[in-house]
Design a protein around this ligand. Structure first.
Ligand code: NAD
Length: 363
């Protein structure tokens, strides 16, 4: 789950400067064992909204690297999706199975409260809507609450829908038709989003191959969706049209890029390219079309945003459907600029932030 990046300056401020963050908050509480980092990347468009991830990081440096990369991605995701939100993310260091308690989550909630709305938290890996309820007891700056509490509920179905739209746009660009009928698609990770995505793909008649860290989960999904299950490592060698990373970040790296036999990469995982400047162009050189991760996995954020501004699940789905057009626009821009899609998408997001930088926030 951790996406480590090679940095030129590994000091804390060196890393913050390299990623251009506004603020990074280190949270510590002796009694509950809380060690957390909140990364606020950019608040030009609005408050920094992004989930909290709980993970047993091997080191504090790894946790910092993860939160910096993830929060930067949230800035771009919100900007390119037309949302009035900035980018932020938080990580809690520790094993969610053994360390996550009500007291720890509420203590974390108080740190979020102290930021006075500059950062709004939500769910991410190893966090549940129940955990959000505990955080809500301390601060109102939390989204992704259960529907029973007036929240927007599980964002995964909406994320899957957006990823599906982005994948179809990529098929349109590569094959001239956005139909996925008969297309061979390899899905890596059949968790929340992966499973909803498989539903769409099966309905359209795609030929599916999948894997998951948990073998029983993979076998169950294979039986349910008429797919072939393969081992974790074999997923990279599949003769497919589309590889869909729906588990980890950084799966497109020096070790895997030459093994890919697909024409399209389109999945929901965050930070799929280990090094954007190496592996983005690397995919182009290999004739593989990359649908930018932060663009096509924005459905979840769009759904959470609807909770913040008072929209409905239906309005979130309508907005998410636009990912299809946005993805085609990004491909066109990449072609015109002779760059790669991730680069084109970042430029598009940055342009919106720059253009609106002097406009007063609506919050
Ligand atoms: P999840 O934890 O429900 O599912 C991830 C699945 O990947 C699990 O089944 C896990 O066993 C599996 N996995 C872990 N390591 C693996 C490996 N090495 N190989 C194959 N499978 C492996 O998470 P999710 O909510 O479905 O999210 C999936 C990805 O999408 C994550 O990277 C997440 O950050 C990203 N994402 C999720 C949302 C959302 O709405 N849930 C929104 C945007 C981005």
């Amino acid at each position: 789950m951790v996406e480590v990046q090679t940095l030129t300056d590994t000091s804390v401020f060196g890393q913050i400067a390299e990623h251009q963050h506004e603020q990074v908050v280190f949270c510590h509480d002796q009694e509950t064992g809380l060690r957390a980092i909140i990364g606020i990347h950019n608040t030009v468009l609005g408050p920094a909204l992004g989930g909290t991830r709980m993970w047993h990081y091997a080191s504090d440096a790894e946790a910092l690297n993860d939160v910096l990369r993830l929060s930067r991605g949230m800035t771009y995701k919100a900007a390119i999706s037309g949302l009035n939100l900035g980018g932020g993310k938080a990580v809690i260091i520790g094993d969610a199975k053994t360390m996550k308690t009500e007291a720890l989550l509420r203590k974390f909630g108080r740190f979020v409260k102290n930021l006075n709305g500059k950062y709004i938290t939500a769910e991410d890996v190893n966090m549940t809507t129940k955990d959000m309820e505990y955080i809500r007891m301390e601060t109102k700056h939390v989204a992704g609450l259960p529907e029973s509490m007036g929240g927007s509920g599980d964002p995964s179905p909406v994320t899957a829908y957006g990823t599906y739209m982005g994948m179809k746009a990529a098929a349109k660009k590569m094959y001239g038709s956005d139909s996925l009928a008969g297309k061979r698609i390899a899905v890596q990770g059949v968790g929340h989003v992966g499973t909803y995505l498989l539903e769409y793909l099966q309905k359209e008649g795609a030929k599916l191959v999948l894997t998951d860290y948990y073998e029983d989960r993979a076998l169950e999904a294979a039986a349910r969706f008429g797919a072939k299950a393969v081992s974790l490592d074999e997923i990279y060698d599949q003769e497919v049209d589309i590889y869909s990373p729906c588990a980890l970040g950084a799966t497109i790296n020096d070790d895997t890029i030459d093994r890919l036999k697909c024409r399209i990469v389109a999945g929901c995982a965050n930070n799929q390219l280990k090094d954007e400047e190496v592996h983005g162009p690397g995919l182009v050189e290999r004739g593989i079309l990359y649908a930018p991760d932060f663009l096509i996995n924005a459905g979840g954020l769009i759904n959470v945003y609807s909770e913040v501004v008072g929209g409905s699940r239906q309005s979130a789905l309508t907005q998410t459907e636009k990912i299809y057009d946005f993805t085609l626009q990004v491909f066109q821009r990449a072609e015109q600029e002779q760059s790669h899609p991730q680069h084109a998408a970042i430029r598009q997001a940055e342009e919106r932030i720059a253009a609106l930088g002097k406009v007063k926030s609506t919050y």
